[in-house]
Design a protein around this ligand. Structure first.
Ligand SMILES: Cc1ncc(COP(=O)(O)O)c(C=O)c1O
Length: 441
């Protein structure tokens, strides 16, 4: 078929077939009637770029990775972005970068403290524990579900080096207050932005994207997230030194900044002096950190490039869906505590988080929803300290975790993702109302 044909023409034919394949087998794929809390939203553009990247067969990070990284950095208003293989890897990398000897006296050392919350996704806290630093847990406020900034001063100690927490389901924590606290006390700030891509906050009268305010931000592109690359994540910063450390730790810990397939980018591959290595030791194999390989593939990045184009539309849909659920459920606010955006923010919602008022059985409500075919989720760990993984872990709690425990027992969330229709949102609300009616009798 491809005989005597230039490669570009052969590729055009194959990619044209991918379009047709999507149209025939994906565009109108039958659904099982279940209302998911999240899902991939894509069309032939994603499949086409994925196939294009597969035909390149470069496999590791390459041209699509660079496009995705620069596109995401631009969207966020961050100077640098590094694509990685998951949001958990992004958190690991963000935290580990703050332990680099290159940061001198500001580096986080084992035994140093990091302020965070227990109403969390586990891999926001895991890197702190795994490194031997000490998480200090403060409570959250309801119904914002983010750290109570009034507790920050009390949680501070001589050992505090950083604040690291997520913007809960798209709702940002009070970034202006946390930033002020961090600057005043010379602390690092890591924003786990995995569930909040596109959220905006007003800082000093200027609207900026969450994830770009602190020293480092992280994203996840696992399928339920705002955009997907299958598996995937990102770490972003505007600090050149942190960026250098992040790249080193992501790419095996090496000192060299050559891209995959590149040699001698710096032009000094064989004439540097590093540590006590012999002069001129091959720079490609000089290690400034004990690092990892957390890179993702170019095929994942290719999907991300197409998803980025759709991101502004996705964010709008998420906001509309959130508003619709608020409208439908407001009449029941005596029995359901509905979510509220943090002041001075425009959240890019990940989900619609509800807390059942005292006397309403959360498990009965979610059982009804699931029986009606509506997928529900808890706020991840609820309270991470009550999980088996926390047993024996060195940590500190400041000021009690009452609201965190309320979330553990009484909260659940449903979806607002762009794939939901108006009718599906009505069905979600109707199912919740049915559960409330039943719980009355
Ligand atoms: C707040 C938060 N942080 C980190 C992660 C981890 O992301 P990943 O599943 O890509 O490892 C998630 C996952 O959903 C998350 O919700």
């Amino acid at each position: 078929m491809f005989e005597d044909m230039p490669e570009s023409r052969a590729r055009e034919i194959l990619l044209g077939l991918v379009d047709e394949y999507w149209q025939r087998f994906h565009a109108h794929a039958p659904k099982d009637g279940r209302i998911d809390y999240a899902g991939r939203v894509y069309d032939s553009a994603e499949m086409r770029l994925l196939a294009d990247s597969a035909l390149d067969f470069w496999l590791t990070s390459g041209k699509y990775t660079q496009l995705f990284e620069s596109g995401l950095a631009k969207f966020l208003g961050a100077r640098y972005c590094s694509f990685v293989n998951s949001g958990s890897s992004a958190n690991l990398l963000a935290f580990m970068s703050l332990t680099s000897p290159l940061l001198k006296e500001r580096r986080i050392m084992p035994g140093d403290e990091v302020i965070t919350v227990a109403a969390c996704f586990p891999t926001t806290v895991a890197p702190i524990v795994q490194y031997g630093a000490v998480p200090v847990f403060i409570d959250i406020t309801l119904p914002q579900y983010n750290m109570n900034v009034d507790a920050l001063e009390g949680a501070l100690s001589k050992k505090t080096k950083a604040v690291m927490a997520a913007h809960t389901l798209g709702n940002p924590f009070d970034l202006a207050a946390v930033l002020r606290f961090c600057r005043k006390n010379n602390l690092w700030l890591i924003e786990d932005n995995c569930d909040a891509l596109g959220t905006e906050v007003s800082i000093d009268g200027k609207w900026v994207k969450s994830g770009s305010v602190g020293d480092i931000g992280t994203s996840s592109f696992y399928p339920p997230h705002h955009i997907t690359t299958g598996e995937g994540g990102a770490v972003y910063t505007s600090n050149p030194l942190l960026h250098k450390i992040i790249r080193s730790l992501r790419d095996w810990g090496r000192d060299c900044t050559c891209l995959p397939g590149q040699d001698n980018r710096c032009g000094r591959r064989f004439d540097g002096q590093f540590g006590t290595l012999p002069r001129g030791y091959d720079h490609k194999y000089v290690y400034s950190h004990f690092g990892y390989n957390l890179k993702a593939t170019d095929m994942q990045a290719a999907i991300g490039v197409a998803q980025l184009e759709k991101l502004p539309g996705f964010i709008l849909r998420r906001r509309e869906n959130f508003d619709k659920l608020t409208e439908l459920l407001s009449p029941y606010s005596d029995r359901l505590i509905l979510p509220q955006p943090c002041p001075d923010s425009r959240p890019s919602w990940f989900g619609f988080l509800i807390t059942c008022a005292p006397g309403v059985d959360r498990n009965a409500v979610t059982a009804q929803l699931e029986a009606d075919g509506v997928q529900t989720r808890t706020l991840f760990a609820g309270n991470i300290l009550r999980h088996p993984c926390a047993e024996g872990v060195r940590c500190r709690v400041f000021g009690g975790l009452d609201n965190t425990d309320t979330v553990l027992r009484q909260s659940f969330w449903v979806g607002v993702y762009p794939g939901l229709t108006g009718l599906q949102l009505e069905k979600i609300a109707a199912s919740i109302v049915r559960a409330l009616e039943k719980s009355k009798t």
